[in-house]
Ligand binder design. Structure first.
Ligand SMILES: *[C@@H]1O[C@H](CO)[C@@H](O)[C@H](O)[C@H]1NC(C)=O
Ligand SMILES: *[C@@H]1O[C@H](CO)[C@@H](O)[C@H](O)[C@H]1NC(C)=O
Ligand SMILES: *[C@@H]1O[C@H](CO)[C@@H](O)[C@H](O)[C@H]1NC(C)=O
Ligand SMILES: *[C@@H]1O[C@H](CO)[C@@H](O)[C@H](O)[C@H]1NC(C)=O
Length: 439
């Protein structure tokens, strides 16, 4: 795994153009962008004929696939010597409207905390998946430049031993499991991020993958990925010092589909004030993922411990992810948790739909759900019933936790209506209860 990327390699600064925020080169940045949920009316994926519970069922399916891919990556990374970077193929669910190059060329990219590289499909295409929007043409951007083989960026971002005869650095990413991939040139160009209610921010010399050969499970409505993982190539690591390693997001509940979730960077991403709790971010391989330490979960006053937490091997036992629906726990831990929750709910338990969550009740039952508190190292996060139960069909409401054999993930239902802040410098993740629709 590459060492943490040093921001010295990048000359990141803001252009002084009238439509840009007027921060200058060495100032700390603070900016906010919209996260367009794939099922929101603003998203190109929007399907108005789907009901909210159909959308959730589809999300659950995608989420289960994502866990399968996490497992895949994890298994692969143990060997560590693979020349390719393995990243997940269920790419998360939020789109970011970014622009690349000069003049700015709009790109609908998937924002993903489960991967690192920022890439888009580029002209000329040797082999590209079908994309509805026009392709980015590096020749049309006056700020585009290829990264050369001899540069330090190439050793950070490029694929070993893959220099072309003309000294251009190339990359290759294989996506776990399903043979999806992207290959192309490592390049630097200007990336513009904006939000509906703030001025666009131009980031110069962001290292991107300009993909000329991309195939697999990519959606024709999206034209690339913005990786927000913890690895060297991610946008977060590249922005480095200028954002003090900070970003935060606030996920609006799915029921408020007209509201846009937000992602904040730098000075806008500080999570502070009353009720903030923080837990250490643990360094572990692969660095792409954000590892936390989950000690126990309380159901009312009954506390259930994460298996092995007292043996000293528990550090970094769970990944926090934006693109996984449920929270996945070790099977025996989940079983105890489910039993404790079920024992405190009066309503009659219903059979779970095939291949779906275990603990379900009738949607019409007036459920009194026990308070569930998630105890991370140093941070007690109190969930409310909309974090712990989700309506998955007209008839059923089910517990939003599941058992897994090998991969443990703190999912996004547990994070809804929390401001979740990542600080990759002080190495901590903070949670603060919030009304995300009002942010
Ligand atoms: C979820 O996936 C399973 C198996 O892949 C499939 O049988 C089922 O129809 C899918 N459900 C939805 C709602 O798409
Ligand atoms: C959580 O992740 C799933 C799967 O990627 C996605 O479909 C869903 O919309 C996300 N939910 C929220 C509240 O962000
Ligand atoms: C994305 O940005 C472009 C250019 O700024 C704009 O024209 C387009 O309407 C935006 N799309 C969405 C869905 O916000
Ligand atoms: C970048 O490298 C590719 C492949 O070597 C080449 O075709 C292209 O012309 C180069 N672009 C620029 C702007 O130098």
């Amino acid at each position: 795994m590459a060492p943490i990327f040093s921001s010295v390699l990048l000359s990141l600064c803001l252009l002084s153009s009238p439509f840009l925020s007027n921060a200058n080169a060495h100032k700390k940045l603070g900016f906010t962008a919209d996260l367009i949920h794939r099922d929101s009316p603003k998203s190109p994926f929007y399907n108005p004929t789907q009901t909210p519970s159909q959308r959730l069922r589809n999300a659950i399916n995608r989420s289960v696939n994502r866990v399968a891919h996490f497992t895949n990556i994890y298994g692969k990374d143990a060997s560590d010597n693979s020349p390719q970077t393995e990243i997940t193929s269920s790419h998360g669910e939020y789109l970011m409207n970014v622009s690349l190059g000069t003049p700015p060329f709009p790109i609908m990219a998937v924002a993903d905390t489960g991967s690192d590289l920022v890439w888009t499909q580029c002209k000329p295409c040797e082999d590209c998946y079908t994309q509805e929007d026009p392709l980015f043409d590096p020749k049309a951007s006056s700020t585009y430049r290829n990264v050369s083989c001899s540069s330090s960026q190439c050793s950070e971002f490029g694929t070993e031993g893959s220099c072309s005869t003309d000294n251009t650095c190339s990359y290759s990413i294989a996506y776990g499991g399903d043979r999806s991939h992207s290959k192309g040139n490592v390049a630097a160009d200007t990336l513009t991020l904006g939000s509906t209610n703030s001025r666009p921010v131009q980031l110069k010399n962001v290292i991107i993958g300009c993909g000329h050969n991309n195939a697999g499970k990519f959606n024709k409505k999206s034209s690339g990925i913005v990786g927000l993982g913890g690895g060297a190539a991610s946008l977060v690591s590249q922005l480095g010092d200028s954002i003090d390693g900070k970003f935060s997001y606030c996920f609006v509940p799915l029921t408020e589909k007209d509201r846009t979730s937000k992602i904040n960077f730098g000075t806008n991403a500080v999570v502070s004030g009353k009720g903030v709790v923080s837990t250490p971010l643990i360094k572990k391989s692969p660095q792409t993922f954000y590892y936390l330490t989950l000690e126990s979960i309380s159901v009312g006053s009954k506390k259930i411990q994460f298996p092995g937490i007292n043996s000293g091997t528990g550090q970094g036992n769970i990944i926090i992810d934006s693109g996984t629906t449920f929270t996945f726990l070790p099977m025996e831990f989940y079983t105890q948790l489910e039993r404790a929750v079920a024992s405190q709910i009066k309503a009659e338990r219903q059979e779970a739909p095939q291949g779906s969550m275990g603990l379900c009740y009738s949607a019409t039952a007036k459920l009194k759900v026990p308070v569930i508190t998630v105890h991370f190292d140093g941070a007690d996060v109190k969930l409310d019933s909309s974090n712990s139960f989700a309506q998955i069909s007209e008839e059923l409401v089910c517990f939003a936790f599941r058992g897994s054999d090998d991969f443990f993930i703190y999912g996004n239902l547990s994070q809804m209506n929390f401001l979740v802040g990542y600080d990759t410098v002080s190495r901590k993740v903070s949670f603060k209860r919030a009304d995300c629709a009002k942010m």
